[in-house]
Ligand binder design. Structure first.
Ligand code: PMP
Length: 466
């Protein structure tokens, strides 16, 4: 078990990156409207793996080393879809353990890449199988632990060292950074390690501190805190927090209040936080800051409030920090036309340019196809499409004695199929069936292109699910 005198952080001469875990900065948010309160942010994104989970990764591994559950040369196994995998992969790399992570296939590519880059063996398995199924990720982890000599399945959701780490490190750090003067803590719950550990610590040293849960709409945790009843869970977009069952290692009785935040408010708040305060948090940061600001504004007395920033936004650049993704999910508005122009993900009138000029090189054209994940590009000069270049044009030119330094106009085709904005979905489908993307143009201008993915995304937004 974690002992009270164990703290994290405190780099010095010869310290490894593990010593950079914990002791994260606390800053005051000065530009958000917090009513009569002062709101402070505990920046867990400063941990070396980019999240609060580095703390429990190190804490759970070192507790297992002390108990003899993990021996030199051993193997660490965990089933996780999130930051704990990155934290454990980091700790395993630096301590010389073999690391096996079983990850459900809904997890973002960036997280899988980061785990693999840290040397972890990543097994991607199915998300859509029930508990107990041999391919279910927790079942697989237990199975690998049983079959691998010297293996330890960490089980963060059941591991008492998870909350214990926060009781011993995160709690005292907050107390110290706030000079012992704080009224409330706002955080989210995934495994409940953070809020349970903090709750236990503050119950002991400063029982007046109010513990506030920030929870996504659809999670059953906030309704449970508010009514004591278990409700039917829904679905939400925010990652890392919200649960569809009560967290086994958590103590929900430590939570005094719960605030429910919609996905939209969470994501927009995280984006505002970056602009207002320069803090690029992840999606759960948005939920937590939205709840914290709401609570602060509701107060009639001045209070000192700490919000936890669990991870950084770099893992979400292609999601919540991408305007196209936000518009596509319906979280931000964009101008609509009521015709095929609404299907264009990157529209010319929004200064998005998925085209090449005729004097660009073939290398530039190939790079743009890769960047936007498409196989054809319109060639545009003075707002008019004058040609189209696709992968087979590039191949033909380069295999036929040309070079990647050649100009696009030497390899493009001028035979064009375009559709007016008023054309039908059947016309778009017919264009796809011929192997083309749909180029949308009218008399006055080129508007952009519609790919199969754009059409699928539009259908998902506009057609009823059932
Ligand atoms: N935010 C993010 C991004 C997370 O990955 C997690 C961990 N699942 C949390 C918040 C919640 O932390 P905990 O598991 O300690 O409740």
């Amino acid at each position: 078990m974690i002992e009270p005198d164990q703290t994290q952080g405190g780099a010095g001469n010869g310290a490894s990156m593990l010593a950079a875990i914990g002791n994260t900065p606390m800053v005051e948010l000065r530009n958000l409207d917090t009513g009569p309160c002062r709101l402070f942010a505990k920046l867990e994104l400063f941990n070396p793996g980019g999240s609060i989970k580095d703390r429990i990764a190190l804490g759970m591994v070192e507790a297992a080393e002390r108990d003899g559950r993990l021996k030199p040369g051993g193997t660490i196994v965990e089933a996780t879809s999130g930051n704990t995998g990155i934290g454990l992969a980091l700790v395993a790399a630096l301590k010389g353990y073999r690391m096996i992570l079983i990850i459900p296939d809904k997890m973002s590519r960036e997280k899988i890449q980061q785990c693999r880059a840290l040397g972890a063996e990543v097994i991607v398995t199915r998300t859509d199988v029930p508990p107990g199924h041999p391919l279910q990720y927790q079942t697989m982890a237990a199975d690998i632990e049983a079959r691998t000599p010297g293996a330890l399945y960490i089980r963060q959701h059941y591991n008492p060292d998870n909350p214990a780490v926060h009781e011993v490190t995160t709690g005292p750090e907050i107390m110290d950074q706030m000079d012992g003067d704080l009224d409330a803590i706002v955080g989210g719950i995934g495994t409940a390690g953070t809020m349970t550990g903090l709750g236990r610590y503050f119950r002991r040293v400063a029982p007046g501190v109010t513990m506030i849960l920030a929870d996504p709409v659809g999670s059953l945790l906030a309704p449970y805190v508010q009514t004591g009843k278990l409700t039917e869970p829904g679905a939400w977009v925010v990652e890392g927090i919200g649960e569809d069952e009560l967290p086994p290692v958590g103590d929900m009785s430590l939570i005094d209040e719960a605030i429910v935040v919609s996905d939209r408010d969470s994501l927009l708040t995280a984006r505002d936080l970056l602009k207002a305060e320069g803090i690029m948090g992840g999606s759960s940061t948005g939920t937590i800051i939205a709840a914290a600001v709401q609570w602060c504004r509701r107060q009639t007395e001045p209070k000192r409030v700490v919000a936890i920033i669990p991870d950084g936004g770099d893992k979400y650049l292609s999601k919540m920090y991408d305007d196209h993704w936000m518009a596509d999910q319906g979280f931000i508005e964009r101008r609509t036309y009521g015709d095929l122009r609404d299907l264009i993900a990157r529209r010319h009138d929004e200064h998005e340019d998925i085209t090449v000029p005729p004097d660009a090189t073939l290398a530039i054209a190939l790079g743009k196809m890769r960047l936007f994940n498409i196989s054809q590009l319109p060639v545009v000069l003075d707002e008019r499409i004058i040609g189209l270049i696709d992968e087979s044009d590039l191949l033909q030119r380069v295999l036929g004695g040309g070079a990647f330094a050649d100009r696009v106009e030497t390899a493009m085709t001028s035979k064009l199929e375009t559709l007016p904005p008023r054309a039908s979905l059947a016309d778009v489908k017919a264009t796809f069936d011929k192997g083309f993307v749909a180029l949308i143009r009218d008399e006055s201008q080129y508007w952009g292109l519609v790919t199969r993915t754009d059409l699928l995304n539009w259908l998902r937004r506009n057609r009823p699910a059932a």
